[in-house]
Design a binder for this molecule. Structure first.
Ligand code: ADP
Ligand code: AMP
Length: 212
């Protein structure tokens, strides 16, 4: 099964993606995670990506399309299927993905669109914390790690600062609408009510994915 998960920053894509890939045994491909790992490894691509990410801007399409194409071509992906998270983010990326999938003889089975009231997103992003060791995402209030957790074991993303969040939301709102439309025309979009709590959102997603 080959899926996309879409939604504004903070909509819950990463949180739901972790649960979906566990439930359905498919491969999670997050372009944001790939860039953060390249930054941690101080690769040339990571240094370039960081200069955009720190400003809340998108990494250029040719770089992003390149890493996605390379990852989708790997054997585990064709064997198990994939869940793409955070890609495509521009209509050019959506067109590139169509071509990549055609080249690789793959088809998209569905697009999970997590719909969240934008007014909730700032609070979600400003409270997001990530476990340093496992990379697992939590929220200080909405999804705290176990009681009495040590704050030093978690970090906040650089781009979750309020100044950067505003820029990220503006860019993603503007660029996101034509992408959803692109997939609606192909009858692939499943809208999920993302204002609900995490487990309820997941239940709705499982229902949709199980029916594909
Ligand atoms: P995205 O990958 O779409 O940017 P995340 O999955 O990282 O979003 O979620 C953003 C923050 O909101 C995280 O701190 C996460 O724990 C929290 N979160 C995710 N889904 C929900 C939800 N349904 N209700 C409340 N908080 C949520
Ligand atoms: P995310 O982890 O999905 O919130 O992405 C974090 C940041 O990585 C974004 O704000 C962009 O700077 C960069 N990024 C992630 N995915 C893409 C993409 N598909 N196209 C361009 N930039 C991206």
């Amino acid at each position: 099964m080959n899926l996309l998960i879409m939604g504004l920053p903070g909509a819950g894509k990463g949180t739901q993606a972790a649960k979906i890939v566990e439930e359905f045994g498919i491969i999670h491909i997050s372009t944001g995670d790939m860039f953060r790992s390249a930054i941690a490894n101080q690769t040339k691509m990571g240094i370039l990506a960081k200069s955009y990410m720190d400003k809340g801007e998108l990494v250029p399409d040719e770089v992003t399309n390149g890493i996605v194409k390379e990852r989708l071509a790997q054997a585990d992906v064709s064997e198990k299927g994939f869940l793409l998270d955070g890609y495509p983010r521009t209509i050019e990326q959506a067109n590139a993905l169509d071509d990549i999938l055609t080249d690789l003889n793959m088809v998209l089975d569905g697009v999970i669109n997590i719909d969240v009231d934008p007014s909730l997103l700032l609070e979600r992003l400003s409270g997001r914390i990530i476990h340093k060791e496992t990379g697992e995402t939590f929220h200080k209030v909405f999804n705290p790690p176990a009681a009495g957790y040590d704050e030093n074991d978690y970090y906040q993303r650089e781009d979750d600062k309020p100044e950067t969040v505003k820029r990220r939301l503006d860019i993603n709102i503007e660029q996101g609408a034509p992408i959803i439309e692109h997939y609606r025309q192909k009858d692939l979009v499943y809208d999920i009510a993302g204002n609900n709590e995490i487990d309820l959102v997941f239940k709705d997603i499982v229902e949709v994915v199980s029916s594909l």
